[in-house]
Design a protein around this ligand. Structure first.
Ligand SMILES: C=C(O[C@@H]1C=C(C(=O)O)C=C[C@H]1O)C(=O)O
Length: 271
């Protein structure tokens, strides 16, 4: 029987699995983070990238690998609140149903600034701005939405616009950085506590990550094609991530646990 890996099909995950071969004891199951979170708890996947918030909330049953993350320091470019009114004036927001972490991050950032907005789960894109003050999008959808507003690809990271065609783009990871000066961890590879990860699988995951990061241009090329966005933009997007859950990332995760009032277990598989 194959060992089942839960994978969000987002461009930011591609450097981890692009060079991982299915078969030979490994099967993939794709889903959005909110689905994968449930599948892991239920047992229909064995090892999955799960939303960091979901992990923290279910830390009595889950344990992550020690050295894998989808994290970043500063802007992430794909966890965006699109809005017309200023941040302080936001009252009714549509939120993605794909993510647990980003929604809790948004809740925290609003609360920290004393902004009293109500959040409503919705599926859709910028058309929701007709009915809401803002729309939270993540992953590929946030990237393609950003690109649809962008007329020129910025030459420098300092030229990435935060407002396009009257729509403001608030990058939640950047807002987190301004507050904490720490990385933000969106997801971790996690198993159930009663089912340790086979070392051979972890070895293959590490090897795939090395190949993915070492050949980022190839990964970016195939993801750019899949999403229909410029390759140069995809490369910049991908080189921005932190995939190793290093000490600064762990400190970021600890600060996030504190921000949302959950304990930080600091307990990883020794593998
Ligand atoms: C930063 C992102 O990372 C993703 C965000 C997740 C979440 O918010 O639950 C889960 C997995 C990550 O791949 C993104 O897709 O925009």
């Amino acid at each position: 029987m194959s060992y089942v890996l839960g994978i969000p099909r987002y461009a930011n995950v591609a450097p981890l699995y692009h060079f991982l071969e299915e078969g030979d004891g490994i099967a993939f199951r794709y889903g959005v983070p909110t689905q994968l979170n449930q599948w892991l708890l239920e047992g229909s996947v064995d090892l999955s990238l799960v939303s960091s918030y979901f992990y923290l909330k279910n830390a009595d049953r889950l344990r992550p690998l020690p050295d894998f993350s989808i994290a970043d320091l500063g802007p992430v470019y794909s966890v965006n609140l699109f809005h017309r009114k200023p941040w302080e004036a936001l009252r009714r927001l549509a939120i993605t149903t794909e993510s647990a972490t980003s929604v809790e991050l948004l809740r925290y950032l609003l609360r920290a600034d004393g902004v009293r907005a109500e959040l409503f789960p919705e599926q859709g894109g910028l058309e929701l701005l007709e009915r809401y003050d803002g729309v939270l999008l993540i992953g590929d959808r946030a990237i393609t939405t950003y690109c649809s507003l962008l007329s020129v690809i910025p030459e420098s990271v300092h030229q990435v616009p935060s407002e396009l065609e009257g729509v403001r783009i608030t990058d939640l990871s950047m807002k987190w950085f301004e507050r904490t000066r720490l990385p933000f961890v969106f997801a971790v590879w996690t198993t159930r506590k009663n089912a340790p990860p086979p070392p051979e699988i972890v070895r293959r995951l590490r090897q795939a990550r090395s190949l993915g990061l070492g050949n980022l241009a190839a990964v970016a090329g195939s993801e750019a094609q899949r999403l229909g966005v410029p390759e140069r933009l995809m490369q910049h997007y991908l080189w921005n991530f932190r995939y190793h859950l290093e000490v600064p990332d762990r400190l970021g995760l600890q600060a996030f646990a504190q921000a949302v009032g959950l304990p930080y277990p600091n307990d990883y598989w020794d593998v």
